[in-house]
Design a binder for this molecule. Structure first.
Ligand code: SAJ
Length: 428
């Protein structure tokens, strides 16, 4: 077993995963330094504030900063353990851009003395943890990945699996996969994660851990694609898809997910591509699911434009531009894409955006003459067409009967549900 007290931890990347991870580690008694390139993020964390909406996070961050357990800075310090939690976006051709991981690795390399643990949490293609180790070892030929020596380094992958909106609960309660490049690295990572994780810690090798994470999100993508395809088929056959799914789900072995305006966010819409890139000729179903989900925003757009034809200067209330319910995250949001393209296509029309979780529109939508950010009541009152894009809690409380004079396009089925199956429990 490595001789590492795991008392000081450096978390690189203070985003949606890195910051909560840093906060729960600090809460568990570690001395944590959070590192981020953005000065504004560092300032905000050091002031005990969280730069994005996530239930319960700010209290833990503020407490950890006040107790001097958590501190943020822009440079990478020495530490017993490093957690790399930086983005892995894709570049041209849907291949993973490992640039942020490589530069995190290069920032860690000069700080190492031997015995440290370096954990990659970022979702990555198979082989990335080994690649991160190679980047570090290529800069530090005095250190080794072989375990048990004073010069040993320990590398592993511990993919995060938390659901935005429930991060503070799932960070602690979820089971966790840990894959070391050596058995000793897995064991050391387990010791670190059991300081805050109540879920089961499942040990494997690094490549299997990387693939397991991608598999989870690809599984979800394929299943959402099934629901989205079903919604198009049901539209064509004039069947209510929500009713259809509810009925089919009464079968003891059927559990169809919910259709929507498309799949957004930085995980489910991205990770399957890493599998497709690693095994292009065998990933046929996974690729088709991506195509089905990516084509859904266009189907919603066409349906809305068709409905708009009957109005001279249509006013469309677009409810929600976050990528899913009750968060302010607009990354790769299908709704945001639909709103932009709708405004492009409606020559004499206006799009009234209601998004309770933001105060200003994202850059590409702001300042456009036919897009306005308005309150929910305003949007509903003025609209000819009500286009429900995100199932935010605020929208769920709108009485669909009050919208009878309007055209309703409900891509999430929250009002259709109320109308069709009164008395039934709404979908979670
Ligand atoms: N969506 C549907 N229908 C559904 C469920 C989701 O259209 O029935 C859409 C959502 O509206 C959203 C997208 O899919 O646009 C993704 O939302 P999500 O809630 O399914 O997942 P994410 O992206 O917020 O988080 C996922 C989670 N992965 C799985 O559930 C397998 C989470 O546990 C991961 O930690 C996260 O990806 C990640 O970081 O990889």
């Amino acid at each position: 077993m490595a001789n590492n007290p795991l008392e000081t931890v450096c978390v690189i990347g203070l985003g949606y995963i890195g910051l909560p991870t840093a906060a729960v580690l600090a809460q568990a008694g570690k001395r944590v330094t959070g590192v981020d390139l953005q000065e504004s993020v560092v300032e905000s964390v050091n002031a005990g504030r969280v730069p994005f909406v996530e239930e319960g996070l700010e209290t833990v961050v503020a407490g950890a900063v006040a107790r001097e357990r958590l501190h943020a800075q822009t440079s990478t310090p020495p530490a017993n353990a490093y957690i790399v939690s930086v983005p892995t976006p894709f570049k041209e051709g849907h291949t993973a851009d490992l640039g942020y991981i490589e530069s995190a690795a290069r920032s860690i390399a000069p700080q190492l003395t031997g015995g440290e643990l370096v954990v990659l949490e970022s979702t990555s293609p198979p082989g990335t943890t080994e690649h991160m180790a190679d980047v570090i070892l290529s800069e530090r030929s005095d250190l080794t990945a072989a375990p048990g020596l004073p010069t040993s380094l320990y590398f592993s992958h511990a993919p995060e699996r938390v659901l935005p909106g429930r991060i503070m609960i799932e960070m602690v309660d979820n089971d966790r996969i840990i894959g070391g490049t050596t058995e000793a690295a897995s064991q050391l990572t387990r010791t670190l994660y059991e300081s805050f994780c109540r879920g089961e810690l499942l040990l494997t090798d690094a490549r299997t851990a990387e693939m397991a994470k991608l598999t989870e999100n690809a599984f979800r993508d394929v299943n959402i694609a099934f629901a989205n395809e079903l919604s198009l088929i049901a539209d064509q056959l004039k069947i209510d898809v929500w009713d259809l799914i509810e009925l089919a789900n009464h079968h003891p072995r059927v559990n169809i997910l919910q259709p929507g305006p498309g799949v957004g966010g930085h995980c489910i819409a991205v990770d399957p591509w890493f599998i497709i890139d690693a095994a292009p000729s065998t990933s046929r179903l996974i690729r088709t699911a991506r195509d089905v989900n990516d084509s859904k925003p266009d189907a919603v757009l066409q349906k809305t434009l068709k409905a708009a034809e009957r109005f001279k200067a249509p006013r469309v209330a677009a409810l929600g531009i976050a990528f899913k319910a009750n968060i302010d995250d607009l990354r790769q949001s299908p709704s945001r894409d639909i709103v932009g393209r709708l405004a492009d296509s409606l020559e004499d029309g206006t799009v009234l955006v209601s998004e309770p979780n933001i105060e200003q529109l994202p850059m590409e939508l702001a300042g456009r003459p036919n897009i306005e950010l308005v309150g929910l009541d305003d949007a509903l009152e003025q609209a000819d067409i009500v286009l429900l894009l995100v199932d935010h809690v605020q929208f769920k409380s709108v009485d669909p009967d009050s919208l009878q004079a309007k055209v309703i396009i409900d891509t999430r089925g929250i009002w259709n549900w109320a109308r069709q199956l009164s008395g039934a429990t709404p979908p979670p």
